[in-house]
Design a binder for this molecule. Structure first.
Ligand SMILES: *Cc1c(COP(=O)(O)O)cnc(C)c1O
Length: 426
């Protein structure tokens, strides 16, 4: 089985760098060859050899209804029959924008784009255009897509100017990105003290999901809001993961903090390429063709993607959807804690709603440095012990596990049983 994936990966690697179209799909940090997927249904994915797995990656978030949900598939098939792209206005785009505005209280106007990366890049450009300033604050360990401004990691601490952590990012871009520490308002205050009148925006994942799940501590998001207020600095919540994950109003609804701009993606498109950025109307109206800030897209608001997204949102807006999902997630965490009781090495779990990370470190994990204390070798052993039992987890310690509404009791029991066995391999 593994051998056939190895040969598929070897073939792919001849024509695709690393054999993958997104580095997170590679098994670099856990070892072995990536699994090639043929199809998926509900909580399960099937590999190219016909082997089934219970899936906790869920396409990195979009599949909150489970795979191939009939409403979403039906909507896509119907839309496809009417043509796949027009490069002209459709009413579905307006419906989508209205649905987002109705769900997310801070959003008065919204632009549809094709990926989370496009949404964050565009939101930052707009923030710069609106404020007439160039610098942004981001948090170490937060991911906002692969735009130049975001690929910056701290070299020597939070208060220094960033160095590019990816070759190809210019020094100029790196200098305009200031790094702060997640859950540490003092690190942000220090940046404002040093160059407050140059900061266009703070961008943050309100619940960090890309260094594993990190919970915002009480007062952190409120503190960011307060720091931006009165300084002409915009607060951008990157809700590409948390949007429609923690509730219809995303993390801003969950925590009751209102950003100026919000980015959405992943769940929004129901598994098709759709993302969005939106916020206050006076800011959004700085976009072309009304205002001078340029952003465009041939496939933006694509009819298949908007059809999938609208079908997705109709399901999510059914009464009780999130209550049920969150209850299930709570039970999932309790199951995991029981199954891990006899683990021979320390661990901790961070969870918000249906996002969860099991870290192999005593914890608490509350910022980038504490996340880095996790034992990635142990995670690799755990990952493979789970994969061997037909459970597909993210091939990296520093990712979230995503629960879907399709993960039923039977699936959860099988998962807990697998964890009890995997623990023996730690
Ligand atoms: C996935 C992600 C992005 C990037 O979205 P893509 O669609 O992969 O470009 C941006 N921000 C966050 C928080 C994400 O998790």
């Amino acid at each position: 089985m593994t051998d056939s994936h190895a040969s598929r990966h070897a073939r792919a690697s001849k024509v695709i760098p690393g054999g993958v179209n997104s580095p997170v799909r590679a098994f670099q940090s856990v070892g072995g060859s990536p699994v090639f997927i043929r199809s998926a249904k509900g909580p399960r994915i099937t590999d190219a050899d016909g082997r089934e797995y219970i899936d906790f990656v869920c396409s990195w978030g979009p599949m909150i209804l489970g795979h191939a949900h009939p409403s979403v598939i039906g909507a896509v098939v119907q839309a496809a029959a009417n043509g796949t792209s027009f490069g002209a206005c459709t009413e579905a785009e307006t419906e989508m924008a209205e649905a987002i505005r109705d769900c997310v209280p801070s959003v008065e106007k919204v632009r549809l784009v094709c990926s989370g990366t496009e949404a964050t890049m565009s939101a930052v450009r707009l923030a710069r255009g609106y404020t007439g300033r160039e610098k942004i604050v981001k948090f170490r360990g937060c991911y906002h897509g692969h735009g130049d401004s975001f690929l910056i990691q701290a070299g020597s601490g939070a208060m220094t100017f960033g160095n590019p952590s990816s070759p190809g990012v210019t020094k100029g871009s790196a200098q305009d990105t200031l790094l702060a520490e997640y859950n540490d308002l003092d690190s942000v205050r220090a940046l404002f003290k040093a160059c407050g009148d140059e900061i266009a925006a703070i961008i943050v994942e309100p619940v960090a999901g890309n260094m594993g799940v990190l919970v915002p501590e009480k007062g952190f998001l409120e503190g960011l809001r307060a720091l931006c207020d009165g300084r002409n600095t915009l607060l951008i919540f990157d809700e590409v993961i948390t949007g429609f994950r923690l509730g219809l109003a995303g993390a801003q609804g969950y925590y009751g903090v209102k950003p100026d701009l919000t980015t959405l993606g992943k769940i929004l498109g129901g598994g098709l390429p759709l993302a969005a950025y939106g916020g206050r109307a006076d800011i959004m109206d700085r976009l072309s063709p009304v205002g001078p800030v340029y952003q465009a897209g041939t496939l933006a608001g694509n009819p298949l993607a908007t059809a999938a997204g609208l079908a997705m949102l109709r399901e999510l807006r059914k009464p009780g959807f999130y209550e049920t999902l969150h209850k299930r997630a709570e039970a999932w965490e309790a199951d995991l804690r029981r199954a891990l009781k006899n683990a021979p090495i320390p661990w901790c779990i961070n969870r918000v709603g249906s996002l969860l990370t099991l870290f192999f470190t005593p914890g608490p994990v509350r910022d980038y440095d504490s996340a880095l204390t996790a034992d990635t070798k142990a995670y690799g052993r755990f990952f493979h012990a789970m994969l061997d039992q037909g459970i597909y987890l993210a091939p990296s310690q520093f990712e979230a596990a995503f629960l879907s509404a399709a993960h039923d009791d039977e699936v959860m029991e099988r998962t807990a049983a697998a964890v009890r066995k995997a623990v023996l391999k730690l």
